[in-house]
Write a protein that binds this ligand. Structure first.
Ligand SMILES: [Fe+2]
Length: 311
């Protein structure tokens, strides 16, 4: 299936790389960016606890896909409320909930290396999530009002925050797969320069990568805050960009004056697995697509996420 629901990228998802050269909307000394909470309320609560312990001027931005497994009205409402108490940008999940595009399915714009079965299951997960959110018009209106990207200043350095890549809300340009190619790395480096950004923080593609480029610029994709990111490791990840390093960082890169870090979100795995199974029992779409990853992690290792130079 080369085209069809879940494969396409709605035209309104595109903002174009120059949009990221916009003036900063906030200035802090520590910025946390968490994409892909995926409705995991245990991960959300642990993340908020870790962020609360951060001293000094700070902000937490949820850069999209904070909903996904929370296909239950009360759970959805709670995740929405906790997220929107912080700053947030829309992911494809929130965009397709709040403003469905005909034929977009889940709006993931999955590339060809993701199989048809997974794409079709994602479209069905989105349909169930829509049913749960249907009774919450205020929550949906709040999602509709969220921006597609944000620019922050940390110290005097610019950090652009997106869900997908520099061009599109659901772009895969900052996936670990794309950044591993010379063409992909070159395009990402050009996007950093065009945004006049030290760092672009992204998510969406489900696997983390922290890639440093010449000139001290960094692409930081946190993978998922609400799912395991490495085989055999049970934590989610958030990106922390700050003037001072944190002793909790799992791995990190320097970008000018900034420390760019992967922060482990060590949520209560047993409680989340129980809740996930209540929402998505064996045989359900989300169980078939994600349960193995939730329990064992994806087929991906930490050593592959940390990249210190352009290929
Ligand atoms: Fe996404």
């Amino acid at each position: 299936m080369a085209e069809g629901p879940g494969r396409s990228c709605p035209a309104s998802y595109r903002y174009g790389g120059r949009a990221l050269a916009a003036p900063a909307a906030l200035a802090v000394e520590a910025l946390w960016v968490a994409g892909g909470v995926y409705g995991n309320r245990l991960a959300l609560e642990r993340l908020l606890e870790l962020y609360d312990a951060e001293p000094g001027p700070k902000a937490l931005v949820f850069n999209g896909d904070f909903h996904w497994f929370d296909a239950d009205a009360a759970e959805f409402e709670r995740v929405n409320r906790q997220v929107l108490e912080q700053l947030a940008t829309r992911g494809n999940v929130e965009t397709e909930l709040a403003e469905p595009h005909a034929g977009a399915g889940c709006g993931c714009a999955y590339p060809q290396w993701v199989g048809d079965g997974e794409v079709e299951r994602s479209n069905r997960i989105m349909e169930r999530l829509r049913l749960a959110a249907h009774a919450l018009p205020e929550a949906l209106a709040a999602l509709r009002a969220l921006p597609a990207y944000l620019v922050a200043e940390v110290g005097s350095e610019r950090v652009a925050i997106v869900h997908g890549d520099a061009d599109s809300l659901a772009g895969w340009g900052f996936s670990q797969e794309s950044l591993a190619t010379a063409a992909g790395a070159s395009a990402a480096h050009a996007a950093l320069r065009a945004a006049n950004a030290r760092v672009i923080a992204s998510s969406h593609t489900c696997l983390p990568v922290l890639q440093r480029f010449d000139g001290g610029r960094v692409i930081a994709n946190n993978g998922a805050a609400g799912m395991p990111n490495f085989r055999g490791a049970g934590y989610g990840l958030a990106t922390r960009v700050a003037l001072r390093p944190s002793p909790r960082a799992l791995y990190a890169a320097r970008a000018g004056r900034l420390h760019v870090e992967a922060q482990p979100i060590d949520y209560d795995r047993a409680a989340w697995e129980r809740r996930f199974l209540e929402l998505w029992p064996a045989g359900s779409e989300a169980h078939r697509s994600y349960y193995e990853r939730i329990v064992h992690g994806p087929d991906y290792q930490l050593a592959r996420a940390r990249r210190t130079a352009s290929p």
